[in-house]
Design a protein around this ligand. Structure first.
Ligand code: LER
Ligand code: MN
Length: 288
């Protein structure tokens, strides 16, 4: 389902919706994903908790069965919120800023396949870990130029399918490319494509931003997706991130996408899902 962005100050055309993460990559079983037991089991639980969407972290686009996914989404009345590409880094060390042009090309192919698959479901692909970093002996300008070149190829590929491409700034321990909204927005302006939107992950923002709500307001219409996580990367409500100001910033900006629980399954997956939905109902559901 594609939402047309509402101008700031007007009611969004779609309400903010809740999504939850499903990881299909065995190497990421200790990562910040709630469900790890396969699509069917995850979708059943997501649906029972009242989530609107699911975000999938696959090994590769070719490993996903589109027909099965379509059936499951229909059966459990869920939307595909987004699809991650981090397995390209995790399994093959591919990045879009590698000094090796062959590695950059393979990274682009990996992400391109996810864009094509997700786009068929009206969902965006996420560039997180696949952004890589400014490597040793590489200038910041050079790394940015490589990244720009790749985004300018991938952004139009997503646009052709009617979906944005999501770029996620990470915290300093995961990348030195861009860490804050303020860093990345001027860079996005230098792209030829206008189809790259920001994915703001509240866990990374808690480490990097002076004030998360202010940064979200600054992102404004460029915001395409939110990873909803508390300061400790547990479900929102289990840490000390100030949710009220963040929710107000998203509502005031006319944000009409998903807030997706990319969190550790702590104290267990069931509680992480329940806690996320409690937070969602408390801060995001607004009756007219
Ligand atoms: C991916 O969405 C993310 O947030 C990174 O920290 C990779 O785990
Ligand atoms: Mn994230």
């Amino acid at each position: 389902m594609l939402a047309i962005r509402a101008p700031i100050g007007q009611r969004p055309l779609m309400p903010i919706r809740a999504a939850i993460t499903v990881c299909l990559v065995p190497e990421a079983r200790h990562g910040p994903f709630v469900f790890h037991e396969g699509l069917e089991s995850a979708f059943a639980k997501a649906s029972a908790h009242g989530f609107h969407g699911v975000e999938i972290f696959p090994t590769h686009a070719d490993d996903l069965d589109g027909l099965q996914l379509r059936d499951l989404l229909r059966q459990y009345r869920l939307e595909l919120a987004a699809v991650g590409t981090g397995a390209g880094w995790l399994r093959r060390q591919l990045t879009l800023t590698s000094p090796d042009p062959h590695v950059r090309m393979q990274a682009r192919d990996f992400i391109g396949a996810v864009i094509d698959f997700a786009g068929g479901f009206g969902a965006p692909a996420i560039i997180g870990s696949m952004q890589g970093r400014v490597g040793e002996g590489v200038s910041r300008e050079q790394a940015h130029a490589w990244f720009r070149e790749e985004l300018d190829q991938l952004g139009p590929r997503a646009h052709a399918l009617g979906v944005p491409l999501l770029y996620e700034p990470l915290n300093r321990y995961e990348t030195n490319l861009f860490n804050t909204v303020g860093d990345v927005l001027p860079f996005l302006q230098t792209l030829r494509t206008r189809n790259v939107r920001l994915l703001c992950d509240l866990f990374h923002m808690n480490l990097e931003e002076q004030d998360i709500a202010t940064a979200l307001r600054f992102a404004g219409q460029q915001l395409g997706h939110v990873h909803l996580a508390d300061s400790n990367r547990w479900a929102m409500g289990y840490g000390h991130t100030p949710m009220e100001a963040i929710a107000s910033a998203l509502h005031d900006s006319g944000y009409d996408g998903f807030v997706s629980a990319e969190v550790l399954p702590q104290p267990n997956a069931e509680s992480a899902a329940r806690q996320t939905m409690e937070t969602f109902h408390r801060f995001f559901v607004r009756t007219p």
